[in-house]
Write a protein of this length. Sequence first.
Length: 446
Amino acid sequence: MAEVPRRDVWHPAGPGQPVEVFTSLDRYDAPLMMADRGRRRFHVMIKPVGCRCNLNCAYCFYLHKADLPGGPGAGRMSDAVLERFIQQYIEGVTADEVVFSWQGGEPTLLGVEFFRRVVELEKKHARPGQTIQNDLQTNGTLITEEWCAFLKANRFLVGLSIDGPKKLHDRYRVAKDGAPTFDQVFRAARLLAKHGIPFNTLTCVHRENARFPLDVYRFLRRELGSTYLQFIPIVEYKGFERTAPQKWNWERMPRDGEPEARPGHPDSVVTDWSVDPDDWGYFLCRVFDEWRSRDLGKVLVNHFETLVAQHLGLPSQLCVYGEFCGKGVAVEQDGSVYACDHYVYPEYRIGHVNEKPLADTVLSRAQVQFGYAKNEALPNQCRQCEFLKDCWGECPKNRILRTADDEPGLNYLCRGFKRYFAHAVPEAERIADGLRRQPRESRRRM
């Protein structure tokens, strides 16, 4: 318990002498109480079209939100909610930069005019000296010359979802009628490059493409020309459509090493398309070696960049590898605020833009508890692991196993991460040592 001054509470200490009252608060209350004493930073993923999408990717964790009982439903963000959100976000972040991340569903379904309105509202509510940035995550199938002209003129960073070469991409990323989508996405990449629009690639690593790491990496790097690659492991427990993370029945969760702790088993804890933990470790190790030998200093890969940064003593650049979480929330099309975009379930709805200022919601006791729980719920096996400070148990949504000692909360991908860290940490430390010897100016990219 920390002694935190409450500036809004006073009592007399002699004639006409007010003094502050010091109230004992725990750490879940402190962020909101201290919010005006420093710069506030938090990040929002905005879902202006909710779960609506023109694709039907087998592994999508968001499509089912349309009929989730008590969930946000499907729809389009109204002009009133849009402006209220933009105003509150800009007012709530008091750091030098505000980053708007537009996601879905598929946000381009809203059309260019919706985003013209976004830019107008950002300019209307912008604060002096504050930089406003926008990024747009898209499946690419609706990108046109008009879209490119808008994105270029307004300096949007684009995230393009693509799962590797045609055969691997089309395995799960299909249209509503089951038709393949690779050719449309590849065309979008060419359009973005033609217009000089910076784009990142986001690749979901699933049960199929995880076994072909170099095919995936070399395609993204050499054929698509991506210089910033994001890899996200697909881990979906059976029943995720209705059951929120951490609300599952622990008695039914397998222990690490049991057959049910891998995809493909009739009683597996995860869907058939979820990545196998061993394959995930194999994927990261092979891609790391290719990146280190051919592309170090030229290409950024999310997992490798943050590993080196952490060994430079910097904070994790990915929330999944941070000691705590909770400062990245999701705002749905109806204005509801959720603890995280992977936690858009009624149990994790923490507010609404109509109910109170967004910053107060993000710093609320419930959300701060959610963020600290990432560390507090770690099993002893994690706390004793040599790679604890590289991993911190990764994302809580993936902690669906029990340890050999029957303790809940072990990450499904644990064995894969251990293989990767054992392989990559020594080299990441060597890279970090080399960077430490360089002038600070040459380290800016990291």
